[in-house]
Design a binder for this molecule. Structure first.
Ligand SMILES: *Cc1c(COP(=O)(O)O)cnc(C)c1O
Length: 388
């Protein structure tokens, strides 16, 4: 019912975007087309689908939905967020340069530095908030600028419009990892990005039951290039996982509103707690990037980090071991609240001296605030903080 143009509001697009009832049966949910291949009508005439690496109807429904939500020309979905990033870097040639934020998802940093650096792609990591430094780092070989905003786990916010202007001048592609914000809170293509990347494992899927990645392209031309890489390299997601992600997306707007409310309440609770040091949450007026966040996001999400006034690893262990509602686990963005310790978990692959420069100290704790009842979440944190 809905075209790729954002003529409908978000909630309507989340439920209907790019999807039609199944033409064969009228099934309202796109069926799980668990098939590798498709009978051809006659010699040399396939019926839109020929082989499931190339395209599968359940995956297509998910891809169309994401293209509608991000306002892109097309999307391609992958077996994980990392596989989506892998496909994006394959747009580059040996000798090309990519400039990225230094405050970056650990797995992205690892993929750039340990895998793609071997193939002659040059990676530079900068504090991209410093736009003058970014402009200075650009050379004629700069072909891609990589931005994650808000960043993981420091919740820095990068001005996508400003970076996009710099990328355009340099003739470089701007990629935004929109995993933390989701298209409900931030739409990078509208802000000037060429490509948007997601770990749909997180908020898009939203229920911690699927690992999946996505790329949304602004233009048909870029969408075609990504589909070519998707088909050639083959890191697709399966129909069952596509179905789960699609089902998650239908409640994205409802979940995100709740994540935002709970995140805000917990950020304020922590900020007023005597044992807590810094709280990193872009909704605070005192957050260094608050104005930028306000100008490009419609809410601040459910992710936040904090450190302790006094103490390190031992105190962190005590707090985490006393939490009952927050679960100690990797990942984020699900309906359940999770707690993570970046220095030993998500960011363990980043050298200590590098990570500490970006604020990832030993006492930093990251919360993915879920959609449980607010009072229970605050009580859980309160009683755990009492133990140190
Ligand atoms: C999790 C994550 C990724 C990687 O996605 P996977 O689905 O785990 O492969 C990339 N970027 C960000 C910001 C993430 O949180």
């Amino acid at each position: 019912m809905v075209s790729k143009k954002n003529s409908y509001k978000f909630g309507t697009l989340a439920i209907h975007g790019g999807q039609k009832p199944d033409p064969a049966t009228g099934a309202v949910m796109p069926p799980i087309y668990q098939t590798s291949t498709y009978a051809q009508k006659e010699f040399g005439a396939h019926q839109a689908y020929e082989y499931s690496r190339t395209a599968n109807p359940t995956r297509s429904a998910l891809e169309n939905s994401l293209a509608a939500l991000e306002g892109g020309a097309g999307a391609a979905c992958f077996g994980s967020g990392m596989a989506a990033i892998d496909a994006l870097i394959k747009l580059l040639e040996p000798g090309d340069e990519l400039i990225s934020t230094n405050d970056l998802y650990g797995g992205t940093y690892r993929l750039f530095n340990t895998i793609f650096a071997k193939y002659g792609i040059v990676f530079k990591f900068l504090p991209i908030g410093n736009l003058a430094q970014l402009e200075e780092a650009i050379t004629p070989k700069t072909k891609m600028i990589w931005v994650e905003t808000p960043t993981n786990p420091m919740l820095n916010v990068i001005d996508v419009r400003a970076v996009s202007a710099i990328a355009k001048k340099a003739n470089a592609l701007l990629v935004v990892d929109n995993t933390f914000a989701t298209p409900y809170l931030q739409q990078p293509i509208q802000l000037g990005a060429d490509l948007v990347m997601h770990s749909a494992t997180k908020y898009l899927g939203g229920h911690s039951d699927v690992v999946l990645g996505a790329v949304v392209a602004k233009t048909e031309e870029l969408a075609e290039k990504i589909h070519f890489i998707q088909n050639a390299s083959g890191a697709i997601c399966g129909p069952m996982d596509s179905f789960l992600a699609l089902r998650g997306i239908k409640t994205l707007h409802v979940r995100m509103n709740h994540h935002c409310k709970n995140g805000e309440a917990i950020a304020h609770f922590l900020q007023n707690h005597p044992k807590v040091g810094d709280v990193y949450w872009p909704g605070f007026k005192t957050h260094p990037n608050h104005e930028i966040a306000n100008s490009q996001m419609s809410g601040f999400g459910g992710m936040l980090s904090f450190n302790l006034k006094n103490g390190g690893l031992d105190q962190v262990k005590t707090i985490i071991s006393h939490l009952n509602v927050f679960t100690l686990a990797e990942s984020l963005g699900g309906v359940e609240s999770l707690v993570g310790h970046p220095a030993t978990m998500t960011h363990a692959s980043i050298p200590k001296n590098v990570r500490e420069k970006t604020g990832i100290v030993d006492s930093l704790i990251r919360l993915s605030v879920g959609i449980e009842d607010q009072e229970d979440l605050i009580f859980d944190l309160e009683q755990a903080l009492e133990k140190i």
